[in-house]
Every structure is written in structure tokens, then in C-alpha cells.
Design a binder for this molecule. Structure first.
Ligand code: SF4
Ligand code: FES
Length: 238
């Protein structure tokens, strides 16, 4: 265990935790968008910035990537922190001005407008979709492409995401609604990944509930695959 200070209070934490995790574990709210407890840290949105003093040096840093260390002093609410977060939030708002989650977070921080020209496509480049697809699903269907202002999430070579199994994890985890999934008859379409998947219907209620690609993926990946008829019924009818 290590001991650190956050906003003048002492906390104990297990080694290996980040400042953001220790803060959240102890009910200290630090705004964050690209952090997810089940995914690796990315440090992409820069909303979770705090000031950290270590060996008499103070730096402004992202709390989701900075390890909680013995003796460090963390401040979550200094004028410098507030200014940095405000700048970031306005930038995010310009990238995804219509996303309710971004609007709500901005409002919580007292921001109602952005000084930047709205120029976004509604994707804030948080990388949650890419990491979820890599680390939770293991499908590796999408990736970041290009650099700087051109950086975006895409299927490899901007062609159909052939590894996409249509599980919808990216759709669920995306905080802006950039990715959407449409059910059309016996097909599921994820337009952003140029992917159309054939769906299997539940033998009882007839609802298309899982793609054949996802069934094949599960049967191939899991150590003890379920019996083949497991996928005959949807979770409601099983
Ligand atoms: S598509 Fe959504 S989850 Fe993926 S990087 Fe953009 S905002 Fe984040
Ligand atoms: S949550 Fe830390 S940089 Fe996004």
C-alpha cells in the first residue's frame, strides 16, 4: 500500500492504481471521458487533469495515466486545473456539440458555449471504441488512422471492417453517439465500419438477436464453447 494526499486529505491505495482510480474509489469526482475501469488508460481526452507535486516539483497531468505514488500531493481543483479542464471541455464541445453526454458534462463544469468553431464530426477521439474492440471483445476490427487534425477511427485501410462481428460494444461504449447500428430485417448494419452482418433469429420469438459472425467468433475463442444449440434462442427465451 502507498499513501498519497488528495486535496489535503491522506489516502491509502494499492500500488498500481492511478490517481484517477484512487480518487474515484474515495468518492472524489474528477471529470473524465476516455477512462473506463475495464480498459487500459489512454490519456486521450485530457479532461481528468490535476496538479501533482512530487519531489518539490508540480506538474499538470492527466490523472488517469499518472500512477498513485507514495508521498505525492494531488490537487484536483486549483485555478490552473480548472482553466486547463475548461479549455479541453470547450474543445470537446466543439468536436461533438450535439452529444448529450458532452453537453451534460460541460454544463456540470459551468460551460454553456465553446469559443471554438464547431468543426467536429461528433467523434471526440477518446479511443474507447478501439480499446473496447481490442481489449474486451478481442476482435481488433477498428483502429486510429492518420495524424493530427485528420486523426480518426476507422476500419483498417478505411475498407469494410472484416473483423467486426456486430456485437455492438463500440456502439454502447461511445460517449457521443458517433457509431450507430441499424437492424434491417435479418441484417445488422454498422455504417461507420461499412459492415453488414447476417443475423440469426431466435427459434422461439423469431427476433434476430446475434450475428452468425459473432457465433463463429465465440465458438472459436472460448475455451469451453457452449453447445451449438445454445444460440438457437435469444437471452429472453433461453
Ligand atoms: S467513435 Fe465514439 S468511442 Fe470511438 S473515439 Fe469517437 S467518440 Fe470515442
Ligand atoms: S480520462 Fe484521463 S485523459 Fe481522458
Amino acid at each position: 500500500m502507498i499513501t498519497l494526499w488528495i486535496d489535503d486529505k491522506q489516502y491509502e491505495a494499492a500500488e498500481g492504481r492511478t490517481i484517477l482510480q484512487v480518487a474515484l474509489d474515495n468518492g472524489i469526482q474528477i471529470p473524465h471521458l476516455c477512462y473506463h475501469e475495464n480498459l487500459s488508460s489512454f490519456g486521450g481526452c485530457r479532461l481528468c487533469q490535476v496538479e501533482v507535486t512530487r519531489d518539490n516539483k508540480t506538474v499538470l497531468t492527466t490523472s488517469c495515466t499518472y500512477p498513485a505514488m507514495d508521498g505525492i500531493i494531488v490537487r484536483t481543483d486549483t485555478p490552473k486545473v480548472k482553466k486547463a479542464r475548461r479549455f479541453v471541455m470547450e474543445l470537446l464541445l466543439s468536436l461533438a456539440p450535439d452529444a448529450p453526454k458532452i453537453q451534460d458534462l460541460a454544463q456540470e463544469m459551468g460551460i454553456v458555449a465553446t469559443r471554438f468553431t464547431p468543426a467536429g464530426d461528433n467523434c471526440i477521439r477518446c479511443g474507447l471504441c478501439v480499446r473496447a474492440c481490442d481489449e474486451l471483445v478481442g476482435a481488433h476490427a477498428i483502429t486510429f488512422a492518420h495524424r493530427g487534425a485528420q486523426r480518426m477511427v476507422e476500419p483498417p485501410f478505411a475498407e469494410e471492417a472484416e473483423n467486426c462481428i456486430g456485437c455492438g460494444t463500440c456502439v454502447q461504449i461511445c460517449p457521443t453517439g458517433f457509431i450507430s447500428m441499424e437492424e434491417q430485417g435479418m441484417e445488422r448494419k454498422i455504417g461507420k465500419w461499412k459492415r453488414t452482418l447476417k443475423m440469426k433469429a431466435c427459434a422461439k420469438c423469431g427476433r434476430p438477436f446475434i450475428s452468425f459472425a459473432e457465433i463463429a467468433f465465440i465458438m472459436d475463442k472460448v475455451k469451453n464453447p457452449p453447445p451449438a444449440d445454445w444460440f438457437d434462442y435469444c437471452s429472453d427465451c433461453r
